[in-house]
Design a protein around this ligand. Sequence first.
Ligand code: PAF
Length: 283
Amino acid sequence: MLTIDSIASLRKIVGQWRGQGESVGFVPTMGNLHEGHLKLVEEAKKHIDRVVVSIFVNPLQFGPTEDFSAYPRTPSEDASMLGICGVDLLYLPATNEIYPEGLEGGVYVEVPNISDELCGFFRPGHFRGVATIVCKLLNQVQPDLAVFGQKDYQQLMVIQRLVSGLNMPVKIMSVPTVRELDGLAKSSRNVYLSEDERPNAAMIFKSLNLAADRLNSGSRDFDLIVEEQTTFLTRLGFRVDYFSIRNPDNLQLSHESERRFVILVAAHLGRARLIDNLCCPSG
Ligand code: PAF
């Protein structure tokens, strides 16, 4: 595996691959890799010849009171995991390579409406930061395929709109959430959970399943389902940002006449802000 930190080296290497007629896949990450990320790499490898992974903790997607400086950084463990997985190129850009004009003065990308709801409401500016970095990285790597996890469902939709709205010639592939044995979605932020909090954290997935059971058995009282699960989580010590039942294609609030739903939740447990979602019916 080659490791580089500049756009110039990235372009040179990817250009050589392209010259040999090879296709290129890309997995952008913020590091502190876990099985969820490795699954993205594994899926990418099924479809293309070469895989590029980036690690960049993007300051633009963190709010002023959020965990940018505390965000777990494990560069050497990450590099050895990626080497073992057969990644071809690890791209580790510095902040001034990505934002040469600084965070304030540069160009940014905004995907309207969908970015303002759910996580976007509780984390103002977050999806602007995500759309901007993903747009920059896609322009830098110019992959045929880019792979993202379904755990960040809203992020995935923002990125799909970004790519279609700007006519970017890349296919976006999504990969199902990888979970711990008790159902907790794998996430870099799980390291913030204390030993006491950890068993309770799995209840976030339980709450999604309880809501899905209600929908599957015919209930369309969305407000009641949301209230029940918000209460369930609150009693367990979560501070719920939202629990919401939405249309899986556009993230609008669900209507009674619809048959497909995505249930989304974001809740704080101690220092950790956990997000998860479940499509219903599944599959
Ligand atoms: O999902 C993430 O890890 C990040 O939001 C991403 C897509 C790498 C952009 O910084």
